[in-house]
Design a protein around this ligand. Structure first.
Ligand SMILES: [Zn+2]
Length: 346
């Protein structure tokens, strides 16, 4: 091996490396090239292996050339890496640009169930008249659900409420929110204005207008000198707030064991406004709730003296209110949890 040959080999390596560098398409191929030329088992090391065969005097000369070549290649690689690196960054920035004009992904969110929404609205309206919401248990005993509401065990009116019993003797799933009247009278002192919303249960054949599980909102007012006129005025205000100002209303005689007298409260048909149509059974009226003056027996069972206090009670189904307001014709929709139905009440 001669000095000239070795020097020539180094220069050749430098030239070939420069050509390869110029053609390297990306940083990854640059990395590979660097290992190939400057790595521990690279081509430069391979050329320098020939130094051992040179005379001792020539070795430093080759070493100087080798260092110059190595430094030159390293500088070229660094320069090329900077160029390719910034080009790749530019390409990535261009590819990953966020288009702020693109429509966003829809954000799905829930809504109140129409029964709950209806109960909130009922509570809001009566709240303006001083009624406070009072919660009452869903499991009651026979005494509170029936007997103390003037419905003794042999009373024919029990047929109105087909009852679901639970495994505790004498206990049942409340068939109406009316037992709440007794709880309120036993815990509050007149004047009482309370609203009793809640779930009720009956052993019913399920159809478009009957369910085995439904909501009721009961209200009671008890004070000295409370009259049927107060009841009528309050219910008129409610009907106008819920269904529209100026809607005509009427009382019809009704029957409940726990009120006397009892009435059904009607509002003029929300579809035809009076002349009669299929929605109102051609009567021109729609019944929205039942009401009456609290029976003296119930007041007494509630711990109040009927000689001193009078009161009225009313009860309605929030589902029925929703059905009338939104022209819904089938009660079963409220329990089917179909989002196509529920999503309409946002
Ligand atoms: Zn009608």
């Amino acid at each position: 091996m001669e000095l000239a040959q070795l020097t020539q080999d180094l220069e050749t390596l430098a030239a070939e490396t420069a050509t390869a560098l110029a053609g390297a398409p990306d940083v990854a191929s640059l990395d590979a090239l660097e290992v190939d030329v400057l790595g521990k088992k690279g081509r430069l090391t391979g050329v320098l292996r020939g130094i051992g065969a040179l005379p001792v005097d020539d070795r430093p000369k080759v070493g100087a050339v080798a260092n110059r070549v190595r430094a030159g290649i390293e500088a070229e690689i660094a320069e090329r890496r900077a160029v390719l690196g910034s080009a790749e960054l530019d390409a990535r920035l261009a590819a990953e640009t966020i288009d702020v004009t693109m429509p966003g992904r829809p954000f799905r969110h829930g809504s109140l169930h129409p029964s709950i929404e209806s109960m909130f609205e009922i509570a809001r309206i009566f709240g303006q008249f001083g009624f406070v919401v009072h919660e009452s248990p869903e499991i009651e005993d026979d005494l509170t659900n029936f007997q103390d509401l003037n419905i003794p065990p042999d009373h024919p009116a029990r047929d109105l409420w087909d009852t679901l019993y639970v495994d505790i003797p004498g206990h049942l799933l409340r068939t109406h929110t009316s037992p709440g009247q007794l709880h309120v009278m036993r815990t509050m002192q007149p004047p009482i204005r309370a609203l009793l919303p809640g779930r009720c249960f009956r052993y019913e054949a399920i159809d478009a207008s009957h369910g085995s599980e439904f909501f009721q909102v009961e209200g009671i007012m008890v004070d000295e000198g409370t009259t049927m006129g107060d009841l009528r005025g309050l219910l008129d205000e409610f009907a106008h707030a819920m269904f529209g100002a100026g809607k005509r209303t009427r009382f019809r005689p009704g029957y409940y064991p726990f009120t006397e007298p009892s009435v059904a409260f009607d509002v003029e048909c929300l579809v035809c406004g009076g002349p009669g149509c299929p929605a109102c059974g051609r009567s021109g009226w729609m019944t929205i709730l039942g009401a009456g003056m609290i029976h003296p027996v119930v007041l007494r069972r509630g711990g109040l003296d009927p000689e001193r206090y009078q009161g009225f009670a009313f009860g309605m189904g929030p589902e029925r209110i929703s059905m009338l307001r939104h022209r819904i014709t089938d009660l079963r929709l409220f329990l089917e949890n179909d989002v196509r139905f529920l999503g309409q009440f946002r």
